[in-house]
Design a protein around this ligand. Structure first.
Ligand SMILES: Cc1cc2nc3c(=O)[nH]c(=O)nc-3n(C[C@H](O)[C@H](O)[C@H](O)COP(=O)(O)O)c2cc1C
Length: 200
């Protein structure tokens, strides 16, 4: 499937067939997430693949029912400590030649220091990077004929307890995965004139 077709045909799927999802497909989806870009190459995204019927049933009290009815649920998380590895990631990036030959100008880190002063700024930034990886995963799922849905309506603490995730992790989204048992048309979107503010 062409990327354009995946983008055009993806829908939020909320009804799944019980058919099992091959493990290789889940691996392919995680691989697409792993290759996602991230700021300073921090790669803060982490995943828990929930296949067991028991675990999926336990999710029921903490999220929407249809999520638990999918044969697989992927809990997409952020490692909130990822910023600690920034120096190492930047070193790797530089060593891989990422900036070689690029016109970077003079970068004075002090000019950008304000960026992290708000205590919410770092988790928000890390979660943004996780979101990019999630969308990679979702588009690859579409490519493989699988249905998914972004779900952010869940109880953070309950899900974390259930998955035995430590303090350093935040769950960003639950993604139910399975073969679609519905074929919805495109959902409404704002017109181009509204999202394109200007061309200058
Ligand atoms: C960040 C994000 C959070 C979402 N959370 C939920 C959710 O909790 N429950 C749900 O049923 N759908 C959720 N959705 C799906 C949206 O409702 C859906 O993407 C939107 O209505 C457009 O439909 P489409 O995805 O089929 O194009 C979420 C989507 C995104 C991107």
């Amino acid at each position: 499937m062409e990327l354009k077709e995946a983008i055009f045909s993806r829908r939020s799927i909320r009804k799944f067939k019980p058919d099992p999802v091959p493990g290789e497909h889940i691996y392919e989806m995680l691989e697409a997430a792993r290759l996602a870009p991230s700021g300073s190459n921090l790669q803060p995204f982490r995943f828990v693949v929930i296949r067991s019927e028991k675990a999926r049933e336990q999710l029921a009290s903490a999220t929407l029912k249809f999520v638990t009815e999918a044969p697989v649920v992927i809990a997409c998380c952020t490692d909130l400590t990822a910023m600690d590895g920034r120096k190492e990631r930047m070193k790797e990036l530089a060593e891989s030649g990422a900036f070689t030959g690029a016109t970077m100008g003079k970068v004075n880190p002090a000019d950008y220091a304000d960026r992290w002063k708000d205590s919410n700024a770092i988790p928000a930034y890390l979660n943004l990077n996780t979101a990019i990886a999630i969308e990679h995963l979702i588009l690859r799922a579409t490519d493989l004929g699988l249905g998914t849905c972004w779900v952010m309506l869940f109880k953070q603490k309950e899900i974390k307890d259930l998955l035995d995730l430590g303090e350093q992790y935040a769950v960003v989204a639950l993604i139910p995965v399975g073969y679609p048992d519905q074929d919805p048309g495109p959902r409404p979107r704002l017109p181009m004139e509204q999202i394109l503010l200007k061309e200058i």
